[in-house]
Design a protein around this ligand. Structure first.
Ligand code: GTQ
Length: 350
């Protein structure tokens, strides 16, 4: 398996391959080395998108098409190694969505799970399964699979957020179903904040029986996440690879908040230079606060708030900051762990 050399192609073999090709048959020994690789070999490339560029392009799109006509006015972050495939990593999709004041992105639902990470604006909302959630910068909002969702902006500012969806994964599995709601906006049937109060206070309703694989909490507000990290830093040793890193969890079972996408927030205290680290989950990062630089193998990417960058599977990564910084990230680790595939390498920092 470590040997990349393929068996030589003699004239006799070539003729044989041609002959069986017509029957839609292919010799494994010609492709085995590309299929079963000694370690991950991805077409996904390390890359960074400046927020200023994506934002300017998206605002321009705001003059070209309404949220209603587009259904979702989004510019897709396409990995340069995976152009034309609407993916930021092999398994995940990411985009930047704009909802202008007064607009509605009409209600629909689909088998793909979505996360929203708010980049800019405050006071717009997404309604998920009858609950209207107000969105503020840094909030992590979930739209579970097959949950009706519509977005609206009653504020006087453009609202932009990062969308993360498992579109390529669902495509790979050929399991996509989607439908439009008869109304642009679904009926609101529960008070705002209901799910966070009910499921997000380290308590659960006494007879609650979880019925779905996704967290019953729709919005994990940045304010709370940030406060946890700030209190933790007083007592916790800083992890050499991660700084202070938390995962967002489903209160039902302590697992990841979404069944397919793992989400994280980490604090990198001023002056920290993390030890190199790699893992099998290609990861999408965006900074909320602070500035820094991330080295991926031998490429250095300078980032500031709202920039988006991607670390491919099994590439060495380290972060360096000159001021306190917070990084939100997401990956398919939730899937890989369920399948027993996820691996990490902490260098010498066990
Ligand atoms: O907001 O429902 O970026 O369905 C891609 C597909 C956003 C959404 C995307 C979607 C949505």
């Amino acid at each position: 398996m470590d040997n990349d050399a393929k068996p030589a192609v003699s004239a006799e073999r070539a003729a044989f391959y041609d002959k069986i090709d017509k029957k839609n048959l292919t010799p494994l020994w010609s492709v085995l080395g590309d299929l079963v690789t000694p370690e991950p070999r991805s077409k996904c490339q390390a890359y960074l998108w400046k927020y200023a560029d994506a934002r300017a392009a998206l605002l321009e799109a705001g003059d070209l098409i309404t949220a209603k006509e587009a259904e979702r006015r989004v510019l897709i972050y396409e990995n340069p190694g995976l152009r034309g495939q609407s993916r930021i990593t092999t398994s995940l999709y990411a985009g930047l969505q704009l909802v202008l004041p007064g607009e509605v992105a009409p209600a629909h639902r689909h088998t793909q799970s979505a996360l929203r990470f708010v980049m800019e604006g405050s006071g717009a909302h997404t309604t998920v399964d009858g609950e209207k959630t107000t969105m503020n910068v840094g909030d992590f909002v979930i739209t579970p699979q097959m949950a009706w969702h519509d977005h609206g902006n009653g504020s006087d500012q453009p609202m932009m957020w990062l969308d993360g969806l498992d579109i390529p994964l669902i495509q790979f599995l050929d399991a996509s179903f989607a439908e439009s709601h008869p109304d642009d906006e679904q009926e609101v049937s529960r008070p705002s904040g209901d799910s966070l109060a009910r499921y997000g206070a380290n308590m659960l309703p006494v007879d609650y029986a979880p019925g779905k694989p996704s967290s019953p909490i729709f919005n994990y507000p940045y304010e709370r996440t940030r406060e946890s990290l700030e209190v933790m830093r007083r007592a916790d040793a800083i992890d050499p690879c991660h700084g202070l890193k938390m995962k967002y969890v489903n209160p039902n079972d302590g697992g990841y908040a979404m069944p397919t996408i793992a989400t994280f927030m980490q604090l990198l205290p001023n002056g920290l230079k993390t030890a190199r680290y790699r893992s099998t989950d290609a990861t999408i990062f965006t900074a909320v606060e602070g500035r820094g630089r991330t080295t991926i193998d031998d490429q250095v990417f300078e980032w500031e708030p709202q920039d988006v960058f991607v670390v491919p599977s099994w590439k060495w990564v380290s972060h360096e900051v000159d001021e306190d910084a917070t990084l939100f990230s997401f990956s398919d680790r939730a899937v890989q762990e369920k399948l027993g595939l996820w691996r990490e390498d902490r260098g010498t920092n066990q």
